[in-house]
Design a protein around this ligand. Structure first.
Ligand SMILES: C[S@@+](CC[C@H](N)C(=O)[O-])C[C@H]1O[C@@H](n2cnc3c(N)ncnc32)[C@H](O)[C@@H]1O
Length: 254
């Protein structure tokens, strides 16, 4: 599945699904907010005893896997994280996880929801760079893709500073807040990270084009041509995209 590409690359670089500060036990209740296909929960289900209950929440249910393909301890729920959650879910979780919301939320929507531990894993997408370009050469297509990506994130009002997460956690009254920054530089995951960034650029440009917020592009075909040109640079010059992933964790006092 395509969702496994970035997920496994992140996993290989970060080295864990839960930050080590989170205490684990056999009857954990875990929520994953903005779960998408539930890939993080499905990986977690493989790592935890089946006595743990795993709940995924998302604004859209189109990516939820069918029930038959899931372990019995995973459930999915249709829920906008910006709206109040039903009482049955409030204060019931040992861990609330949020991952890759930097491109989903606008910068004024970054306030964490309540829970036991809150773990937020996200990427410094704006600060993505190209590494490994041979001396004397220029990866101009890859650079154009990145420049347009960054500009489009700004146009769509996405946050440009992931480093604020830690202070938002503290401001929100979470305690024992920790932050770990992992650079996605593991040579074994470079190809996966490249692919994930190129697909990310394609998706954000397509979304902006459909909203008529992308002056530089006149058709979907042009986006696909840019995508191929970026992939061409990465392949021909053996260069790679690299960005930091932030893991921020904090605990709500009972
Ligand atoms: C980039 S995907 C990340 C999926 C998943 N967390 C992962 O790590 O693979 C962002 C997800 O957030 C969801 N989302 C965006 N805004 C949301 C909101 N206000 N409430 C709940 N989910 C939201 C989207 O539907 C999408 O599934």
């Amino acid at each position: 599945m395509t969702d496994q590409v970035p997920s496994r690359a992140w996993q290989a670089n970060i080295g864990y699904l839960f930050h080590p500060v989170i205490e684990q036990h056999d009857n954990m209740r875990i929520a994953d907010v903005g779960t998408g296909t539930g890939i993080w929960l499905r990986d977690l289900a493989d790592a935890l005893p089946n006595t743990c209950q795993l709940d995924g929440f998302d604004l859209s249910n189109i990516m939820f896997p069918s029930k038959d393909a899931l372990p019995a301890n995973i459930a999915f729920h249709h829920q906008n994280l910006l709206l109040p959650f039903p009482d049955e879910y409030i204060g019931k979780y040992d861990v609330v996880n949020v991952r890759v919301m930097v491109v989903a939320l606008s910068s004024n929507e970054w306030e964490p929801a309540p829970g036991g531990y809150l773990q937020w894993i996200d990427c410094a997408a704006h600060d993505c760079v190209i590494k490994g370009v041979p001396e004397g050469k220029q990866a101009s297509n890859a650079q154009r893709g990145l420049d347009l990506f960054r500009k489009t994130l700004n146009t769509l009002g996405k946050t440009s500073n992931i480093a604020i997460l830690h202070s938002i956690f503290q401001k929100s009254g979470l305690v024992s807040c920790e932050e770990e920054i992992c650079s996605l530089d593991n040579p074994e995951t470079r190809e996966n990270v490249n692919l994930a960034v190129v697909v990310g650029i394609q998706h954000i440009l397509t979304a902006a084009f459909k909203l008529h917020k992308l002056d530089e592009i006149q058709s979907i075909d042009q986006i696909m041509e840019l995508k191929e040109a970026v992939l061409g640079d990465l392949h021909d010059m053996s260069c790679y995209f690299c960005y930091d992933v932030y893991v921020v964790v904090g605990r709500k006092l009972d």
